[in-house]
Design a binder for this molecule. Structure first.
Ligand code: C2E
Ligand code: MG
Ligand code: MG
Ligand code: MG
Length: 298
């Protein structure tokens, strides 16, 4: 009895494994097909969403972060957390990453020109494999020239793990980008294992305070955010708080002197049309001071 139970369990396990492997192969195959279409017509299943990054001092939209989505006809919207790691593994991150930069820079150029917002910025996530590929730098340079956007409006987001790759190459590449005038942000800051000395060594402009520290922010638990903001002040960087969901979090971040923020409190990531409508109708949040006042009186 125990034996047959064991066997049927093993069989179930095998079946699940099999399903997962098939599923994974299916996803890979579909992703390859989607990428083949990517540069051919404009009707790809990959889309960029845009989340506003807001000045916590003025309430003004300083820029957007471009966030990729896979609009799958049967599976629905697939999160980048699911398919970007696969794309990294099988090398598709290279064409996908190039498309993201191209698309986001073109969009930024249109918004800057057509809506007359020349200082609007675009933040773009770049994974380590993409950052380290041989022609990453010429590709960025070419897209900057082609779209004509000012390099200091482009913000490249990397994570601490990139800094820990072969440090020499990384430093050279970061310095090259800095010399071009491109801005560099460290994403999910505080969750990685990079040494603080890297911050002095590498030409980083912005630290993005990881959402986990914003989530847990309270009167008696704000030391980490406080320290990160102090660090950015001391090193002449900016701090961007990720994942602001409540008025209270916003008020506390303002109190701590954090310059910028993004999160569902302001807006979730939006499709191009929605983001554009927001830029036209409401290019800044009403009055951060009044938000602060409301937050302090429960
Ligand atoms: P990330 O760069 O740290 O992006 C922030 C993530 O937090 C986004 O998830 C965003 O939708 C989510 N978020 C924003 N505000 C809030 C909030 O108030 N509450 C909560 N709970 N979440 C919030 P998303 O879009 O699913 O992206 C996940 C990750 O996938 C990104 O993390 C980034 O690492 C990666 N990613 C997204 N787009 C790209 C891309 O084009 N290229 C590469 N290489 N990676 C990308
Ligand atoms: Mg990011
Ligand atoms: Mg992040
Ligand atoms: Mg500062």
């Amino acid at each position: 009895r125990a034996k047959s139970l064991g066997r049927s369990r093993a069989a179930t396990f095998d079946k699940t494994m099999h399903a997962n492997v098939l599923d994974r192969m299916q996803i890979e195959m579909e992703l390859r097909r989607v990428v083949d279409q990517l540069f051919l017509d404009g009707s790809s299943q990959l889309q960029l969403y845009y989340q506003p990054i807001v000045s916590l001092k003025t309430g003004k939209v300083a820029g957007f972060e471009a966030l990729i989505r896979w609009m799958h006809p049967e599976r629905g919207t697939i999160s980048p957390l699911e398919f970007i790691p696969i794309a990294e593994e099988i090398g598709l991150i290279i064409p996908i990453g190039q498309w993201v930069i191209q698309e986001a820079c073109q969009q930024l150029s249109r918004w800057q020109n057509e809506l007359n917002i020349p200082d609007l910025s675009m933040s773009i996530n770049v994974s380590s494999r993409q950052f380290l590929q041989a022609d990453f730098l010429p590709m960025v340079q070419q897209i900057l020239e082609y779209t004509g956007i000012s390099p200091d409006c482009l913000k490249i987001e990397i994570t601490e793990s990139v800094l820990m790759e072969t440090a020499n190459t990384v430093l050279e590449r970061l310095e090259y980008l800095r010399d071009l005038g491109v801005r560099l942000s460290l994403d999910d800051f505080g969750t990685g294992y990079s040494s603080l000395s890297y911050l002095q060594q590498f030409p980083i402009n912005t630290l993005k305070v990881d959402r986990s520290f914003v989530n847990t922010l309270s009167e008696d638990q704000d030391q980490v955010v406080q320290a990160i903001v102090a660090l950015t002040d001391g090193l002449a960087m900016d701090a961007v708080a990720e994942g602001i969901e409540t008025k209270e979090q916003l008020a506390h971040l303002r109190f701590l002197g954090c310059e910028y923020g993004q999160g569902y409190f302001f807006s979730p990531p939006m499709c191009r049309e929605q983001a554009e409508a927001m830029l036209i109708d409401k290019p800044h949040w009403p009055d951060p001071l009044s938000l602060l006042a409301t937050a302090q009186t429960p």
